[in-house]
Design a protein around this ligand. Structure first.
Ligand SMILES: NC(=O)c1ccc[n+]([C@@H]2O[C@H](COP(=O)([O-])OP(=O)(O)OC[C@H]3O[C@@H](n4cnc5c(N)ncnc54)[C@H](O)[C@@H]3O)[C@@H](O)[C@H]2O)c1
Length: 283
């Protein structure tokens, strides 16, 4: 059976860990050639090696970039087009949550600027160079390949919900990602370029778990999660895969929440969580 991303190519940022890594592996399993981009090149290379071993029929290449630098972002988009001949999917996923990010009074301007540089400007530049590349995608009707493509930007549940455990710069950056994605979706809707955001709930990835480094901090969040557990990166990657493929062809300007029900919750249920993440998803 042909993969859902057969003949397509994808660039994924933050591909060395968490959502980016799981998405890289998943997209490759569906036939995509993948450029794994990360500031941590060793992590991206490990990811590319896993893919090459599991899915030798696709190309998986690692590249180093700091998405907070425009020239880095341009250079990896150029690399994807050079290596694969096209760019169908751009997943602007890299982001940081700085330990010194706090409330309006305590957050230093340098923390604010760094967070915006990576989480917001990085996504803007990723969109900018992906749009330019996607406009030039060669058409091959027989293979179902067309101009345009799918851009997915990782926002967060905090783009839509407030927390009394503040990380003001992070929250503001993610709110801006949400608004920017919606507007870009409108601007480019008639070019065959779809732009959607994905808003994960709290996940068991290094980004959050390094921050929630005590059981007390984790419990402070867990009580608010309807399912009673943190999400897994692969559960978000499954959502990203849907947005990446033509299966979501009539979706643009959408914020896809993969949050265990968090954003719909007023009063949480009590009791132990009945279900763990499906074993088939967790390797
Ligand atoms: N983990 C959560 O609970 C959660 C919730 C909502 C949203 N998110 C968002 O999901 C995205 C991925 O997070 P994750 O949980 O998979 O985190 P993660 O820490 O597991 O992975 C993030 C990756 O991004 C890379 N990275 C960091 N700065 C970079 C830069 N300047 N340039 C290139 N790469 C860089 C890191 O090296 C790392 O490999 C982030 O945008 C994050 O804000 C995460």
């Amino acid at each position: 059976m042909p993969g859902r991303l057969q003949h397509r190519s994808a660039l994924i940022t933050g591909a060395g860990s968490g959502i980016g890594l799981e998405s890289s592996i998943l997209f490759a399993s569906e036939g995509a050639n993948v450029l794994l981009v990360d500031i941590n090149i060793e992590a991206a290379q490990k990811g590319a090696a896993i893919i090459t071993q599991r899915y030798p029929n696709v190309k998986a290449i690692a590249a180093k970039a700091d998405v907070g630098k425009e020239e880095d972002v341009k250079s990896v988009v150029d690399k994807a087009v050079k290596e694969f001949g096209r760019l169908d999917v751009m997943f602007n996923n890299a982001g940081i949550m700085h330990p010194a990010d706090d409330n309006a009074l305590n957050t230093e301007e340098r923390i604010w600027d760094l967070t915006m540089q990576i989480n917001l400007k990085g996504v803007w530049w990723g969109c900018k160079y992906a749009i330019l590349a996607m406009r030039e995608n060669p058409v091959d009707e027989a293979k179902g390949l067309h101009k345009g493509g799918s851009i997915i930007n990782t926002a967060s549940f905090v783009a839509s919900m407030g927390a009394a455990t503040p990380q003001l710069a992070y929250t503001a950056s993610k709110g801006a990602v949400l608004a920017m994605s919606r507007e870009l979706a409108m601007v480019h809707a008639r070019e065959g370029i779809r732009v959607n955001s994905i808003s994960p709930g709290p996940l068991k990835t290094p980004l959050l778990m390094d921050f929630l480094n005590t059981q007390e901090k984790r419990d402070r969040r867990l009580v608010h999660l309807p399912m009673g557990r943190f999400g897994e990166a692969v559960e978000v990657a499954k959502g990203a895969l849907f947005l990446a493929t033509d299966e979501s062809s009539y979706m643009t300007g959408f914020d896809f929440k993969v949050d265990g029900g968090l954003s719909s919750c007023y009063v949480t249920p009590v009791g132990e969580p009945a279900l763990s993440p499906p074993a088939s998803l967790i390797s």
